[in-house]
Every structure is written in structure tokens, then in C-alpha cells.
Design a protein. Structure first.
Length: 132
């Protein structure tokens, strides 16, 4: 089997697995879920109004052909970034996979589906309220 055929099969299979399992395994939190997450952070760590912990991880890759410095990061390596938001018990609530390594964490978040959803209000995040 040719290399390009195999690459196509792997990509198509991964997409099919994501399409089928994502709605079951990684559901987008609703309004009540965000409140529960915030309550957990408040009770466990006395950190009120926190709806998640976010971090990114650079995964070193071989630079794709003709990609120039797109994937070249501050560690002087080529990478893609896996970014995720977790709730209190360390379960993923939102993920972004595959951003180019040269981008900053803030830029990756702002241009990701999760950043765009926060910006346009489609995540149904609770409105701010006064701290007690």
C-alpha cells in the first residue's frame, strides 16, 4: 500500500473516531455544568468563579514539507500544540489539537473553536456575579 494511501486511511479513520465518540466522551458543558465546575474549584481550592484550568503542550514533530517556520517554536523545535481545559477532577472539558507551534498560547486559544465559542457566547458560560 502506498504512503499517501496509508496517510489518507489514518486521517479518515481518526476523523471517523472523533465524529462518533466526541459527542459521548467530550460533551460541551452547559450552563449547569459550568456552575458545578465553579463550585468544585471554590470548595476544593477556595478559588471562586473558576470554570477550568487551561494549558498547552508542544508535541515535537518533523517539519512538514514547505512549511517554513510555521511550526518552529521558541524551543527551536518544530511542534504542534495540544491545548485543553480541565475541570476540578482533571477531566477534559474543551480541547484544541493541532495548532502550529510558533503561535502563542493566547493566540492559539483566541483562534481555536473554544476561544471563538467563548467570544460569541455559545458556551453558555454563567454571567459574572459579585464575590461574597
Amino acid at each position: 500500500m502506498g504512503r499517501s494511501t496509508l496517510c489518507y486511511i489514518v486521517r479518515e479513520t481518526c476523523q471517523a473516531i472523533w465524529d462518533v465518540l466526541q459527542p459521548e466522551v467530550l460533551k460541551v458543558p452547559g450552563h449547569g455544568d459550568w456552575l458545578n465546575i465553579a463550585d468544585w474549584f471554590d470548595k476544593r481550592w477556595d478559588f471562586p468563579h473558576c470554570i477550568g484550568a487551561i494549558d498547552g503542550k508542544h508535541v515535537v514533530i518533523q517539519a512538514p514539507a514547505l512549511s517554513g517556520s510555521t511550526y518552529f517554536n521558541y524551543n527551536h523545535q518544530h511542534s504542534i500544540v495540544l491545548m485543553a481545559v480541565c475541570d476540578g477532577p482533571y477531566r477534559f472539558t474543551l480541547v484544541d489539537i493541532g495548532a502550529a507551534g510558533r503561535n502563542s498560547g493566547g493566540g492559539i486559544f483566541a483562534n481555536s473553536a473554544m476561544g471563538i465559542a467563548v467570544e460569541n457566547g455559545s458556551l453558555d458560560i454563567p454571567k459574572p456575579c459579585p464575590l461574597t
